[in-house]
Design a protein around this ligand. Structure first.
Ligand SMILES: C[S@@+](CC[C@H](N)C(=O)[O-])C[C@H]1O[C@@H](n2cnc3c(N)ncnc32)[C@H](O)[C@@H]1O
Length: 245
């Protein structure tokens, strides 16, 4: 039976259960407030994580420029490892701010950029208008696991800081193996997983993989020779895993 002298939600027993119930309610309220505060402070980090995974809008363009500066070392190392020449057909998958496209255009006349972000594609369309007009650069809106190229049509692929956002890496790597000619190279650049795990942003859905696991996935996808090298240390630590088809 309900006791009208007790506030709603509280019960009274001979052993003082009213107080216990009130404490429980307070605890619950405190926890809810704490969770809400945590969610508030976490919101910008979650937003940044989404932007890194698929830059969009005005913020996405700024993110693209930051990525260019921050990731230049590993991007240039990947382009170098891809070993492209002037006649090579080369692809940057997940080109972001476009620093890799610029580096590839310096060595090849047949460059393709593949992206899932329309903002990054639009930014590249403006930044590389001349190369597009001269037919040296073609941009495609597509994911790594559904590439818009015929079998064995490509000589080299680079992809840096992209695989954090890909769940089924084996399927994506099989697709890169499909489009690469025999002897073609695929250079995959990633941040050091331990360094990245310490960054709050990566707790929002990033897939952090060990370089050895990435190398295994390349072998499983059909890459015959796979090489792993490290670049830099600490905050500047990167891994480059290069597969030869
Ligand atoms: C962190 S940024 C890296 C950009 C650039 N490669 C670099 O290293 O600075 C990741 C980029 O990969 C793109 N991306 C994410 N998932 C992708 C996928 N499945 N296929 C192709 N691009 C993807 C995103 O839109 C974003 O521009």
């Amino acid at each position: 039976m309900t006791d009208a002298s007790i506030q709603p939600g509280l019960t009274r027993g001979a052993d003082g259960s009213t107080i216990r119930t009130r404490r429980k309610a307070l605890d619950l309220r405190r926890r809810t407030v704490f969770d809400e505060l945590m969610a508030l402070t976490d919101r910008p980090t979650a937003f940044l994580a989404r932007q890194l995974g698929k830059p969009s809008g005005a913020v996405g363009r700024i993110v693209g420029r930051i990525l260019n500066r921050r990731n230049e070392d590993v991007v240039l190392a990947a382009v170098d490892a891809a070993g492209a020449g002037a006649d090579s057909t080369v692809v940057d998958i997940g080109f972001g701010g476009g620093v890799g496209l610029r580096a590839l255009l310096a060595v090849s006349d047949h460059v393709h950029g593949v992206e899932v972000s329309t903002t990054m594609i639009d930014a590249a369309r403006t930044a590389f208008a001349d190369s597009i007009e001269y037919g040296r650069l073609t941009l495609h809106e597509a994911p790594m696991d559904a590439l818009p190229f015929d079998d064995a049509a490509v000589d080299a692929i680079v992809s840096t800081n992209t695989i954090y956002f890909i769940d089924d890496l084996d399927a994506a790597f099989r697709e890169t193996a499909r489009v690469l000619r025999t002897g073609g190279r695929f250079a995959v650049g990633i941040g050091d997983p331990e360094r990245m795990a310490a960054m709050a942003v990566t707790s929002h859905g990033f897939r952090l993989r060990q370089p050895d696991g990435v190398a295994d996935s390349l072998r499983d996808a059909g890459f015959t020779s796979v090489d792993h090298r490290t670049l830099g240390t600490g905050q500047h630590g990167w891994h480059l895993v290069v597969g030869i088809r």
